[in-house]
Design a protein around this ligand. Sequence first.
Ligand code: NAD
Ligand code: DAU
Length: 377
Amino acid sequence: MKRNIVITGGAGFIGSHVVRLFVNKYPGYNIINLDKLTYAGNLANLKDVEDKPNYKFVKMDICDFDAFFKLMQDEKVDGIIHLAAESHVDRSIKDPFTFAKTNVMGTLALLQAAKLYWESLPEKYEGKRFYHISTDEVYGALSMNHPEGIEPPFKTVASSEGHKAYGDDFFYETTKYNPHSPYSASKASSDHFVRAYHDTYGMPTIVTNCSNNYGPYQFPEKLIPLFINNIRNRKPLPVYGKGENVRDWLYVEDHARAIDVIFHEGKVAETYNIGGFNEWKNIDLIKVMIKTVDKILGNPEDHSLDLITYVTDRLGHDARYAIDSTKLQKDLGWEPSLQFEEGIEKTVRWYLDNQEWMDSITSGEYEKYYADMYKER
Ligand code: NAD
Ligand code: DAU
C-alpha cells in the first residue's frame, strides 16, 4: 500500500532509527523526514538512507503552521509520526520557554494543520493517523522503597539474570500524570492536546510513553554517549547526586520496532507504554560502561573508575522510572529483543568505532557542514 508519512524529528536520535526502519522496510511508502535541524538534529545520522527513492528531507520548524499545512496538501500526507521535540531535561531547567514553544505549540500547530487538511478531504479521517511519541517522565517519579532491589515482577529479554526492581510500583497506562521538570511538563501538555484532538474532533491519534532509550546516534549531552566519550578521553564523569537514581533502559531499535507495530496495528485513541523492564541505578550503569570501555580499549580492569566525580544533583531529579509495558506485549506482541549487557556493549563499540561522528559534534563542525549542504540542495 502507498502511504505518505511525515516523521518529525527524523534527524534526531530516535527519529533517525525510525526513519531508517521505515525507509528500508516499506519501499512503497513516501517517507518525509521533517526536521528543523536544531543543535540535536544531524543528517549524518541518516547517511545510509539519504539517497533512497522513498526518502525525502524537509527542513521545517514544527511551529510553522502555514508551511506544514502546505506540506500536508502537497504530499497528501496520511500519517504523522511525531518525534520532534526539545528532549534534554537539563536544558529545560535552564530554558523552559523553548520547551513550551516547540513541544506544546509545535505539537498544536501540527495537530491543527492535520485537522484542517484531513477534514477537507472527502474521506476525512479514514485511513489517517497522528501518532505522538512521548515519555514516561510525564508520570512523575516512582518510589525507591526497595533500595537494595527486589525480584522484578516481570522478565523480558532486556533484563538480565539476577536483575532487580528498586520499588514495588510501576508506571501503567492508567497512572496519573504528575510531571516535575519543565521538559516533562511540556511533554505532558502536548500529550493532552493530542488526546483532546481525538476526543473533540475525532482525529485518529495514538500516544506512546517510552522509557530511556540508548544506542547509536544519541546526542552526547545524554548520560550514555557523554560518559562513553569522557571515559575514552579520560575526562571526569559528572554523576548527579549520589548516582542512586533509577532509569529503565531500552535499546533504541527496539523502540523503533514498537513504533512500527503501533503505527500499523495500534488502536486509535489508545495509549501504550514502551519499556525494557530493565531498571538500573545510574552508578551501576556507569560502572558497566567503565568496564566495557576499558575492556574494549585494552585498559586494565577498572582503570577508569577514578573518573567518577560526584557533582551537585539535577534540580528536581526524579528518583525512579520503571515502565510496565505488558499491554503492548499482550495486545500487539511486541517485546524487547536485546539483552541489556549485549546492548550496552554494542553501543559502546558503536561510539568508539564512530569517533568521527562524535568529534564532528563535539567540535561543532556538524552544524556548519549540514547547514551548508542543505543550502546547496
Ligand atoms: P533528540 O533531541 O535527539 O532529537 C530531536 C529532534 O527534533 C532533532 O532532530 C531536532 O532537530 C528536532 N527538532 C527540535 N525542535 C524542532 C522543531 N521546532 N521543529 C522541527 N524539528 C525540531 O530527541 P530524541 O531523544 O530522539 O527524542 C525524540 C522524541 O522521543 C522526543 O519527543 C522525546 O520526548 C521522546 N522520547 C525520548 C526518549 C529518550 O530516551 N531519548 C524516551 C522517550 C521519549
Ligand atoms: O525517561 C525517558 C527520558 O529519558 C526522555 O524522555 C528524555 O528525552 C531523555 O533525555 C531521558 O531523560 P533522562 O533525564 O533520564 O536522561 P539523561 O541521559 O539526561 O540522564 C539519565 C540519568 O543520568 C538521570 O538520572 C540523570 C543522570 N545524569 C545525566 C547526565 C547527563 C548524570 O548523573 N550525569 C550526567 O552528566
